[in-house]
Structures are given as C-alpha cells and as structure tokens.
Design a protein around this ligand. Structure first.
Ligand code: GLC
Ligand code: CA
Length: 572
C-alpha cells in the first residue's frame, strides 16, 4: 500500500498558550519575545510546528478567544514586528507555525460588533445574530429561546439600546457572528485568514469549527438537564445545515491556495459527522480533534458533571480516536492535553509513580496514529493545581461562571459546604485552569516564568518539576519525550501512519496493542503498558519474535511488568 505522506501528518506540533508560556519583560505575563527565546529548546525537543493560541488583540475575557482585532497583537504579548520575528524564527529553524482561527464569534469590543450594536439599520447589524425578546405569561421579558451558554446561563444577551438580544454561545462579550451573511464570511476570510497567510503563517487550528451554522428557526432545545433553566443547544447550533458549505467555501477561497494545515475543533459529533469535515475528498479541513480521550468521564454537555473512568473506557476512547479514519481518506490527531484540559499525568497517571506514569503516557501518545500534539509543560509532566488551593486561585471564566451559578443555585442549602467540596474535587480534577498555570522553567522564584508575581499562580511543585532540572537528568520525562519523538519519526509508517488494534480489551490493568504499518518497514509494533499500581505478569499475546526498542524502566523483566511500566517492541 502506498502512503499519502504530508508534512502536516508527520509533524509533531507543540501548542503554546502565550499568557503562561514565558515572560520576557518582567510584567508577569507571557509574551512573544519570550516564545522566541525558546525556539531552540523546542527544536531540540523534536518539535516541527508551533500552534500558537490566540495572540490577537483582545480584552482577554476568554483569554484571547474573544478577539477585538484580527490584525493586531495583544499589546502585552508584543507587536506585529515581534510576531513576524516569531514566524521567521520558526521558518529559519525549519519549523512551521500555525495560529488559532477564532471566527464563530468576536469580542464585543470588535469594531464590527460595535457597529452592529449601534442601531437596527446599521449595515453591519446582520453580521451578528439579533432577535426580539420573548414575553412570558406574566409579561416578563425572556430570551428568544432556551439555549444555554457553554459558560453557564442563557446563550442570549439583552441589549437595551435596540431592545433585542444577541446570541453568544460563550461569554456575554463573545457575540456569535452571522455566517449566513456572505459579506461577513468574506470579511472573515480576508481579515482572519488571508492576511495571516500572507505574513507566512502555515495554517490554523480552527476553533469551534462545528458551530458556524445555526438552525435558522432558533427553536427551543430539548430538555437534557431538568435541574436547569437553560439547555445545551446541541445539534441546533452544532453541525448545522450549512456547516459543510461554509467549510468548503473557506477551503476553496482561502486555505487551498496555500500549503496549509488546518485542524478543526469540532466538539460533540459522531464518527460519520467527523469524517465529513476531514475526508480528503470533502475539501474542508485536513484533520480534526476528537475528544474521546480528554473528556473521559465527563458529561459531554457539562464537563463538571464527572463520573470517572476505568482502563477499558480509556482503551475504547483511544480506539475511537485512532480508528475513525480506518479505511478512509481522512486524517486523525493524537493529543492528550490542550489549553482546555487538565494535565494528563494527574488525570491518567499516578502521583506516586510520577515519572514512570508520565513516561507511560508519552509512550501511549507517541505511538498512536495521526498528527501528534504536545501541550506546553506536558513534556516535563506538569501537574494539576494543588487540591488545597481555593476557588480564588482559579481564573478561567468557564470555571468561575460555573462555580458562581452553582453557588447561586445551592448556596442556601443546609449541606452546601459538602456540595461545594464535591464540586471543588471535580474542579481540581478537570477545570481548564490546570493547563494555564505558568510553565515551570527552573527552580528560581515563579518557576523562572517571570521575575515578578505572574498574572496567575505558579504551581507549588516548580522546584521539583521544571525544564532545567530535566534537561540535565538523563532519566527525566523531558528526555523520555525526546527519545519517544525520535522513535516515532524513525518508524513513522508504523506509528504515525499505521493502524491500531487492541489485544487485551477486557484487561483492567494492562493496555496492549499492535500497530501495523501499511508498508512493511517494519511491519508491526507491539506495545504493552501497565496502567496499574500492581506488578503484572507479562504474557506474550503474539507469536512472532520481537525486539525491545523503548521502555520506561532500566531493567526489563521477562516475566513481570512493574507498576506503570511500559514497553515498545518491534515485531520482525
Ligand atoms: C474553544 C477554545 C476555548 C474557548 C472557546 C470559545 O473551545 O478551545 O478555549 O473558550 O472555544 O472560543
Ligand atoms: Ca511579558
């Protein structure tokens, strides 16, 4: 079989969330010169592409996912010249850079929205989604429908000036753009995409790529949460009737004109729905993030309703992610962290086996099919925030709004303290804040992220877990990532382009799978991962002979796998 090699398939992509990456000028906020100062570190780690989370001008209500000007840089991150230096700095090192494309909504501070809001007859009125109020039986004004925001409360915001509501599926300062209007789409293509391609950007991670086409009747959503007034908009906003038309247009008019990589964030969707976006013949996006792994145990419609997981659930999730492209012309991704997710080592690893479980997760992720993504700090095993920290240390609008809505609903209950503790347990496990604490560069104050107190608190464990320590320690997680990334490239047909098959589905301690290459170069890998705190008997599940090429322990025992031990064998 021949392989359709593409640079963006083979690439290892490193996500940078600028506010918390590296502060170069001592104001406590990460910035672009800070990123530039680490390019050699990233190159040496084995990174091919940087994905930069939003660096555009923004009031930062949702940390830059609320853009007020697509063509300006948030001043605290730097200037356009800095950004050009970053683009050029990547290219000089033979790396590429992709940006975040946030075009389901803008900030309410964007000039488009300011015009739109100014009067019902403004030419840009129709660039956003405005609706008249509804009135209930008592004559009280109500939103046009019962859709809930992803950030709690109604998805509609009342605007007194014109006595109408605008739709905002996220924060109230993130009004949704009206993609039905061709003029709006043109402006998006020109301002947010083409302009950056011309500056040398190599592609985009496409934010909320499934939300652009809303059901134009805007009907009430079915009741999923009876304890809540507002309901998830579900398929009324997701994967809507014109969504593929919009993506095909963007491909045809813009992205296909460049040697670009696009990867979409499409939340809740079935395998068939996902394939439609990324089948090569669809001419839409190159690839898509599926959330099976990172959302394990969470209610898909409300991340803070958490039910836990076991290893069989994890196997199923990994299988869904690897397998969804099997036998198709589409392409997958392998990721286990991003800026919206907690730290994988806390989530899927084990504190007592910190280093070993961190390496185990590296082995899992770097042997899976698809384009590989690593999130800042993942390579050193950064952990979630300590449980002892109170809600005041959490800064994310999603967490804060949820906590406040919860308090409003249950604050007067006699057992509120208990309820609150339970919620804090969940927040401590899965909130987005865990990905957003400053990167721990060394054991100086503030983890070497900054010389002053950062905008958000550095994790207490920065003296033990930091880049500098791990650079000089041969047995560190960081060094292990480097080796794992090299191995992935060496056997790319197998790991990146190969198929995936689980050999021990029912086993709750071991996760064993085969990767099979579409070429015979080499034909197979046999991966055995112990996800338990027990020593487990090693049983051969294949007949052929195999050779050990990677392990997270120094001495491999023929009969026994120690807790969190992992091995990769090449099968001859
Ligand atoms: C995406 C981003 C998330 C952001 C949201 C609204 O889900 O990943 O961080 O809050 O879109 O733009
Ligand atoms: Ca700074």
């Amino acid at each position: 079989m021949t392989i359709d090699y593409q640079w963006w398939k083979t690439a290892t992509i490193y996500q940078i969330w600028p506010a918390s990456y590296k502060d170069s000028n001592g104001d406590g906020i990460g910035d672009i010169p800070g990123i530039i100062s680490t390019l050699d570190y990233l190159k040496d780690l084995g990174i091919d592409v940087i994905w930069l989370s939003p660096m555009y001008d923004s009031p930062q209500d949702d940390m830059g996912y609320d853009i007020s000007d697509y063509q300006k840089i948030y001043p605290k991150y730097g200037t356009l010249e800095d950004m050009q230096n970053l683009i050029d700095g990547c290219h000089k090192r033979d790396m590429k850079i992709i940006c975040d494309l946030v075009v389901n909504h803008t900030s309410s501070e964007h000039s488009w929205f300011k015009e739109s809001r100014s009067s019902k007859t403004n030419p840009k009125r129709d660039w956003y989604i405005w609706k008249k109020p509804k009135y209930d039986e008592q004559g009280y004004r109500q939103p046009p429908n019962n859709w809930g925001s992803f950030f709690s409360g109604s998805a509609w915001e009342y605007d007194e000036l014109t006595d109408e509501y605008y739709l905002r599926l996220f924060a109230k300062t993130q009004p949704d753009l009206n993609w039905e209007n061709p003029e709006t789409r043109d402006a998006i293509h020109n301002d947010a995409l083409k302009w950056w391609f011309e500056k040398g950007v190599d592609g985009f991670r496409i934010d909320t790529a499934g939300l652009y086409s809303k059901n134009q009747a805007f009907p009430d959503a079915p009741i999923v949460f009876p304890d809540s007034i507002y309901q998830p908009s579900g398929r009324l906003a997701h994967n809507g009737p014109r969504i593929h038309e919009f993506h095909k247009e963007m491909y045809e008019k813009v992205t296909s004109n460049y040697d670009a990589f696009t990867v979409g964030e499409v939340g809740d969707c079935t395998k068939e729905e996902a394939l439609e976006y990324v089948s090569k013949s669809s001419h839409e996006m190159n690839s898509i993030f599926l959330f099976d792994v990172v959302e394990l145990g969470c209610d898909k419609k409300d991340r803070f309703r958490y039910n836990g997981w076991d290893l069989i659930d994890l196997k199923k999730a990994v299988e869904n992610q690897c397998d969804f492209v099997k036998g198709t012309d589409a392409w997958a991704t392998s990721f286990i962290e991003n800026h919206d997710q907690p730290r994988c080592i806390t989530r899927f690893g084990n504190q007592k086996n910190f280093s070993k479980s961190g390496k185990l997760l590296a082995m899992l992720e770097t042997t899976l099919t698809g384009t590989l993504f690593i999130y800042q700090g993942q390579e050193i095993g950064m952990t979630n925030l300590p449980r002892s920290w109170g809600i005041e240390e959490y800064k994310d609008i999603n967490t804060i709004n949820y906590y406040n809505a919860f308090k409003q609903q249950y604050g007067k209950d006699a057992d509120f303290k208990e309820k609150e503790e339970k919620l804090m347990d969940v927040i401590n496990l899965i909130s987005r804040d865990h990905a957003r604490s400053p990167v721990q560069w060394n054991s100086d104050n503030y983890g070497g992220f900054s010389t002053v107190e950062p905008w958000t608190r550095v994790n207490d464990n920065y003296k033990e877990i930091n880049v500098e320590n791990q650079l000089y320690d041969k047995s560190s997680i960081l060094q292990f990532y480097k080796q794992s990334l090299k191995l992935r490239k060496k056997y790319k047909d197998l790991f990146i382009y190969g198929t995936f098959e689980i050999l021990d589905y029912g086993n709750k301690k071991l996760f064993t799978y085969i990767k099979k290459s579409p070429t015979s170069n080499p034909p197979k890998a046999y991966v055995v991962l112990n996800f338990s705190t027990d020593s487990v008997k090693f049983e051969r599940l294949i007949d052929s002979s195999f050779e050990l090429v990677h392990a997270n322990v120094e001495d491999v025992d023929d009969d026994l796998l120690s807790p969190y031990e992992g091995r990769v064998y090449i099968v001859e």
